[in-house]
Design a protein around this ligand. Sequence first.
Ligand SMILES: *[C@@H]1O[C@H](CO)[C@@H](O)[C@H](O)[C@H]1NC(C)=O
Ligand SMILES: *[C@@H]1O[C@H](CO)[C@@H](O)[C@H](O)[C@H]1NC(C)=O
Length: 396
Amino acid sequence: MGAEKKWLFTLFSATLLSLLLLLLYSFSTVSSPKPFPSIIHHGAHYPPAFAYYISGGRGDKDRIFRLLLAVYHPRNRYLLHLGAEASEEERLRLAATIRSVPAIRTFENVDVVGKPDRVTYMGSSNVAAVLRAVAILLKVDRGWNWFIALSAVDYPLVTQDDLAHVFSSVRRDLNFIDHTSDLGWKEVHRFQPIVVDPGLYLARKSQIFQATEKRPTPDAFKVFTGSQWFVLSRSFLEFCVFGWDNLPRTLLMYFNNVMLSQEGYFHSVICNAPEFKNTTVNSDLRYMIWDSPPKMEPHFLNDSDYDQMAQSGAVFARQFAKDDSVLNMVDENILKRGRNRAAPGAWCTGRRSIWMDPCSQWGDVNVLKPGPQAKKLEETITNLLDDWSSQSNQCK
Ligand SMILES: *[C@@H]1O[C@H](CO)[C@@H](O)[C@H](O)[C@H]1NC(C)=O
Ligand SMILES: *[C@@H]1O[C@H](CO)[C@@H](O)[C@H](O)[C@H]1NC(C)=O
């Protein structure tokens, strides 16, 4: 081969290679549109953002992923926790599944707890796990306004656009927490017994145990109890986690030995703190059906409950059996969510089709488009805020 021919050959291969690369590039841009992270604005002039903590146990990976997609929005922050009894493999598979969602990959607003906690049924390790989640979420994201804890058996009844739209007109220091100081039968059966949660110091799983001694109901502070599900403000949680006042820490030590401490800890802290007790709105914003007298857990909701549930004006409902058909009804009628896709909001700009997820392309994530469910939630919130301003139902 002469020098000229060699040169021509090099040129030819270089051209071929670049053509090939160009082709590959254009193909990849067609099949997955190049994502860009839209700028997220936080602050008084923008919609509020939420920090979600979603926890579950062994075998809950798929439920948690489904729930995450149902409550996903790029402006929010998410922390997922599979308890210590779930395998490392399940945790890694959950993390990998999350990475498969283009928006989550781009906005990087979902994390999985890598070093899980052991959470004992009815024990104080529940409160420890929630406080830890709050601490992580405070550290990793400065933008959120409210914290919401969900479990794998929960599901939303509104879209995130509905929720952020309605909460745009709510004072950001308000806390939605169902509470009462009327302890009733709980005084003798929940607050006087002394229990110990081995989840805090034993490596293997075991149940709480009860001391033979009982103790009197506290009189250094007033005990409050209520639903363990709440929507708490960032400012109140900073008060709980940073602990410049000793109240949150003192109560934490007391509640360490209270059965089902998650049904009393935050309630007692907020109602005993003069600077926060005026910020409580007495509701957990959940839809549940209880037996009378109530059992430990509410009913499993099914298709027959759909109408009442959807009309309830609540934000979330619980509890649901895994992949119950009523969840498909919520996906179809309320969230307009396709299988394995995030619930679409105004941020999703892709065309909706069988093979295209509308949320694989996005525009401005700071705009909202509330749907019909927002109306019902708005009524609920208006009524609750009327109640709140009359102060008739607060920390009593
Ligand atoms: C809370 O409400 C009470 C009763 O209206 C009022 O006296 C008190 O100053 C309020 N506290 C704060 C911190 O706003
Ligand atoms: C739904 O659950 C209730 C009990 O909670 C039951 O009576 C009813 O038959 C169930 N409906 C369906 C459609 O499964």
